[in-house]
Design a protein around this ligand. Structure first.
Ligand SMILES: [Cu+2]
Length: 143
């Protein structure tokens, strides 16, 4: 019996192993605005690769400004901090959800209402950019 096929099989396995960052966005959603033309977007982002990446910039179509915020408790107060760059360590999942990290927009063309869709572009340090659509839900509706 010959054992020659074995090295070929190993080579194939090595070739299939993920090398760079592999980024996936899941379950994006937004809420209709209760404060004028301010918008908020939530999603789950997973880096399935073996290399760290970062979200370096965010854009929401039709908005003057889009940025990542983190809601943090400061005593009895709740404040929002601007997160300039969001790290995505290898094989990690980061959740943007109410009460924590979120994308906030200002100066939207018009106030988002339930049924609208926001178009979001994330720019990464290594992985280029990723575009996705976030459906706008009525305020208080569970995604
Ligand atoms: Cu905010």
């Amino acid at each position: 019996m010959t054992r020659r096929p074995l090295p070929l099989l190993l080579l194939a396995l090595v070739a299939c192993a993920p090398k760079g960052p592999s980024i996936e966005v899941r379950d994006p959603y937004s809420y209709e605005s209760v404060l004028g033309n301010v918008g908020v977007v939530y999603f789950t982002i997973e880096n399935r690769g073996t290399v760290a990446d970062t979200i370096a910039d965010v854009e929401v179509t039709g908005a003057l400004v889009a940025m990542i915020h983190e809601q943090v408790a400061n005593g009895a107060m709740v404040e929002m901090r601007h997160v300039g760059v969001l790290p995505l360590p290898p094989r990690s999942t980061v959740v943007l959800a109410p009460g924590g990290l979120h994308v906030m927009t200002e100066g939207l063309d018009r106030s988002p209402v339930a049924g609208d869709t926001l178009e979001v572009t994330l720019r990464f340090t290594r992985s280029g950019e990723l575009r996705f659509k976030a459906p706008v839900l009525a305020y208080g509706v569970e995604p």
